[in-house]
Design a binder for this molecule. Structure first.
Ligand code: TYM
Length: 334
């Protein structure tokens, strides 16, 4: 057993990865992989809380795994797997559902938003979605969960459930901490810089996909909504420019101050084309590696098979403890 602290995180395969997913979460995972014992999951069970075409879901699940690897997450160092392959996630969810209060789940902003968008498919899975997410995290005794800032409330719920269980029975779960980056924990839409960049948006100019072509990426950034102040400044009064500075900073590692200084007196046209250049430079190796991996399905199968085996062992151990503590008679085997 390693004495490294544990990380768990995941992405829903309900659409292709956006620059928001990459900069808000996955890029941080890459940076954290040496220091922590990491579990990176493709959360297909979360995805079915909104309608999915089965064929597309299968395809996207594999693509997202390939994109994790292409982005620099090393399958040799990390446990990478598909959520539905480890049945303990569903099983712990049932126990935690029985300890989750309707009132608290009702207050989840993401549930409220999703309810509006899915009025014709307002299912119980959408409601208990954050409980499944808590199970993901708690099964692996994760210390840290690197996510974008939109997941804060869900993380709070996971912490509450861990504490509630520990208090009601006895210490069982590690209470996880959230990890968000100071800059870039919420990448905004290019067309509407007052709301987060999202793959579920209808306007394709609002988001950049990791697998967009360099040309499409450049076009979207050039069309990004800005303002008429013509100053490259990191200010709440200029949400469009602030977002582009954030993107530039996350892609290059350059500080916000140094970007502001570099573009002092420079027009938006030049700034935007430089943002497009750094984004394309950073994404191109990922796109190339993604292509290569998708032509190597045997390798991807190996990764998720080994990942599920390793994850299963850890998850089962936690679930066994939980079942025992709540009073289930341990199953006997002949
Ligand atoms: P999902 O699939 O919506 O997003 C995956 C990750 O990307 C982050 N993210 C963003 N970060 C910055 N700016 C944005 N515009 C942006 N859009 C998305 C999200 O915060 C997230 O980190 N419920 C989760 C998936 C999940 C999970 C988990 C995460 C299921 N179980 C356990 C962590 C731990 C979700 O829907 O993420």
């Amino acid at each position: 057993m390693s004495d490294k602290k544990v990380i768990f995180s995941g992405v829903k395969p309900s659409g292709d990865l956006t620059l928001g997913n990459y900069l808000g979460a996955i890029k941080n995972w890459v940076d954290l992989q040496d220091e922590y014992d990491c579990y990176y999951c493709v959360v297909d069970m979360h995805a079915i809380t909104v309608h999915q075409e089965p064929k597309d879901l299968r395809k996207r699940t594999l693509e997202i795994l390939a994109q994790y690897i292409a982005a620099g997450i090393d399958p040799e160092k990390n446990t990478m797997f598909i959520q539905s392959h480890v049945s303990a996630h569903a099983e712990l969810t049932w126990v935690l559902n029985s300890m989750s209060y309707m009132g608290q789940l009702n207050r989840m902003t993401q549930f409220k938003e999703k309810s509006k968008d899915n009025a014709d498919n307002l299912n119980a899975g959408l409601f208990t979605y954050p409980v499944l997410m808590a199970s993901d995290i708690l099964l692996y005794q994760a210390d840290l969960v690197p996510v974008g800032d939109d997941q804060k409330q869900h993380l709070e719920l996971a912490r509450d459930l861990a504490e509630r269980f520990n208090n009601r029975y006895s210490p069982t779960f590690v209470v996880p901490e959230i990890y968000t980056s100071k800059v870039g924990s919420r990448i905004m839409g290019l067309q509407d810089p007052t709301s987060k960049m999202s793959k579920s948006g209808d306007n394709e100019n609002d988001y950049i996909l990791l697998i967009d072509s360099p040309k499409a990426t450049e076009k979207k950034i050039k069309r990004a909504v800005t303002d008429s102040l013509n100053k490259v400044r990191y200010s709440d009064d200029q949400p469009g420019i602030k977002n582009l500075i954030t993107i530039y900073s996350k892609m290059t590692g350059e500080s916000v101050e140094s970007i502001e200084a570099k573009y002092e007196g420079v027009g938006y046209g030049k700034f935007k084309s430089d943002v497009a250049e750094v984004v394309n430079e950073g994404l191109q190796p990922i796109r190339d590696e993604f292509e290569r991996l998708m032509n190597n399905k045997d390798y991807l199968e190996d990764v998720y098979m080994n990942g599920a085996n390793a994850a299963e062992r850890v998850a089962r151990k936690t679930l066994r403890k939980v079942y025992k503590k709540v009073g289930f008679i341990p199953r006997k085997f002949k």
